[in-house]
Design a binder for this molecule. Sequence first.
Ligand code: FAD
Length: 385
Amino acid sequence: MKAIVMGGGIGGMCAAIALRRFGIETAVYEAVKEIKPVGAAISIWPNGVKCLNYLGMKESLRALGGPMHYMAYNEYQQGQTLTRFSMDPLIKSVGERPYPVARAELQAMLLDSYGRDAVQFGKRVTAVEQSTSGVTAFFEDGSEAHGDLLIAADGTHSVVRQHVLGYQAERRYAGYVNWNGLVEIDESIAPADQWTTFVGEGKRVSLMPVSGNRFYFFFDVPLPQGLAEDRSTVRADLQRYFSGWAPQVQQLIASINPGTTNRIEIHDIEPFMSLVKGRVALLGDAAHSTTPDIGQGGCAAMEDAVVLATALQTHSLGIEDALLRYQQKRVGRVTDLVLKARKRCDVTHGKEMAVTEQWYQELKLETGERILAGMCETILGGPLE
Ligand code: FAD
């Protein structure tokens, strides 16, 4: 059996590694010559970590992860702590730690694990065709690839998605802009072993430790789409949006490198009821595009990869049957993640300011129990409980 994988991001690489683990021949086709991930870092929650462990990357992942032992919310004006608690109860309950990691390092780990030379770069798929005996991918450069099945891991702007769904899915602007990057750890901004978030005015500023003495930082601001802002204006933009915020936030803005700070208008897509058609399966953001508000998009792609490979390995009624089983196992889970993230997004970003203000009040009474219970529920919904 040969699987052709479109896209060499988190989803495509995990799928290729997972399939190969079960002896399925794979070939990966990636559109760009060099992958430059859109975000600086990513938090891999224990459901995602377990998938990477399962795929043989336990030790390498540990080396990339930052020590996120505590979690805290601070109010925005003085930077005073609203709540602070240990992540230990979560870790004990689910049996694994979360790992915030730099994206470029995660991507390198996945490529090294699969073998860089086995990925064909500069291959942008433009169309796919399938018959009862196989699938063909057509690339922009005029070349073609053939396989018994095709995995579309070509991201949120997937071109293969329409082949599966039969319609063009529209992305939905979630109403806020996210700036993110990496900066050297400075403990006068936040503790080095803590996920710290400053909240107020429907905005947030967050810091998570990754390896190499660095914070992954991000700023969220509810804004209209299409503003004329880019890297050249980033520091002034952040100073304006966060005027009156705590000294720690001002210090962070002063210390960022505008040249490596990303600005992203956050979107999601209404969940789909179909993830497969015949011999073609959507995976990762091609299958479910979520806002990053619960940090689960990449983790869900890792879960997809494990479930898809397992479905192919453990069933014998043919590829189409195995893909339908993959769909059946994933639709509910990923719909839940997308909608949970959307709900969280609205509360965090002041869609109804009274609800957001109520959340700020609740944070003052939070012991960690409620927040960690919510996270546990999400994490334990993964395939490797
Ligand atoms: P992508 O990473 O988009 O990869 C798709 C790949 O396909 C790319 O390499 C692209 O070049 C290639 N491609 C595109 N078109 C074609 C084509 N036509 N032919 C061939 N190749 C093609 N997730 C988490 O789990 N935790 C987090 O903390 C988190 N934080 C996030 C923060 C932000 C600001 C954002 C925007 C997202 C965040 N996510 C997070 C989500 C996560 O980044 C995505 O879910 C994940 O990258 C999806 O991986 P993917 O491989 O499906 O898609």
